[in-house]
Design a protein around this ligand. Sequence first.
Ligand code: KG4
Ligand code: ZN
Length: 359
Amino acid sequence: MTGQAQATILGIETSCDETAASIVVRDQSGRGVIRSNVVRSQLDEHAAFGGVVPELAARAHVEWLDHIIAQALDEAGMELSEVDAIAATAGPGLIGGVLVGLTTAKALAASLDKPLLAVNHLEGHALTARLTNGVEFPYLMLLVSGGHSQFVLVRGVGDYERWGGTIDDALGEAFDKVAKLLSLGHPGGPAVEAIAERGDPKRFKFPRPLLREARLDFSFSGLKTAVRLQAEALAPLSDQDAADIAASFQDTVAVVIETRAGQALEKFAELFPGQEKRLVVAGGVAANQRIAAALDVVCTKHDAQLIVPPIALCTDNGAMIAWAGAERFALGTENKLTVAARPRWPLDDPDMNVNTNVS
Ligand code: KG4
Ligand code: ZN
């Protein structure tokens, strides 16, 4: 397989609480077209527990994945035999779910005698902007989801440098915990943003952890504790109190993200003088308008391009896995059927190198 040929890839995503499958075609010039992108969220299954229950997630993937794949093929107007390769998330993620998707992909690859592509979920997020916006390397990615908060320098397919991450909670997780504290339900991000709209962001001054330090890391657990202490001090909370807490929390986070993104863009400029600066955002928290506005401000200030893919492609989906698979397939990567599912798999792992066949 060379970079010249067109390839049709089936992508499978099951690493958290979305069962997803997609058909993506990558043409000779490297452009991608999403032929179908089916996502079944398990929100309802987990809602009563206030978070994702791994065993329930795995069971729902087992129950639904075959149907979701069939639907993805159907919507693309394709037969399985027309697919050139099968890509599936092999990690990082909840291991029961990852096993369901990867094992299904292995079975399909073996029975159809097609190549298997074991995709790192984070690489799926990292390369999505190339599918949606045709972004060229190198660029900076800010991944902010329920499980991750990190800056990654994306130099090429399989060539990543992690520039910092969270030392405790992920940003989406912090939103979810604040929502729980304010009795707003799960997932918390959209609910916190909704009530923050009528809140006063200046009423409470919450700590901005690590902000004075030069490192590009995040820490959100101290902020979360400060929010809890404030809520306890005011209890019982009026609607306005809750809205003010949500707005003040969200504003604090936006300032942290804005400052950190500025530092990351400066580092990028030092490393690539004269190169156009590009910041790509990925993960569910990218939907937050206050954070998006903060990123807009910092990118304008640093003369950088801000790229936010459509939100349905920022959150977990099969198209990002199919596309990452397509990029790897074009470079000649193919995995052995013995490839293992991995609960942890950082993007700068040596196994990410496109010349390394993970086995
Ligand atoms: O990327 P994602 O769909 O799933 C993974 O974690 O992989 O991200 C979900 C996270 C949740 O924590 C959710 O609360 C957060 O993204 N989120 C938001 C918003 N929409 C989703 N956080 C803040 N504001 C939002 N509007
Ligand atoms: Zn994700």
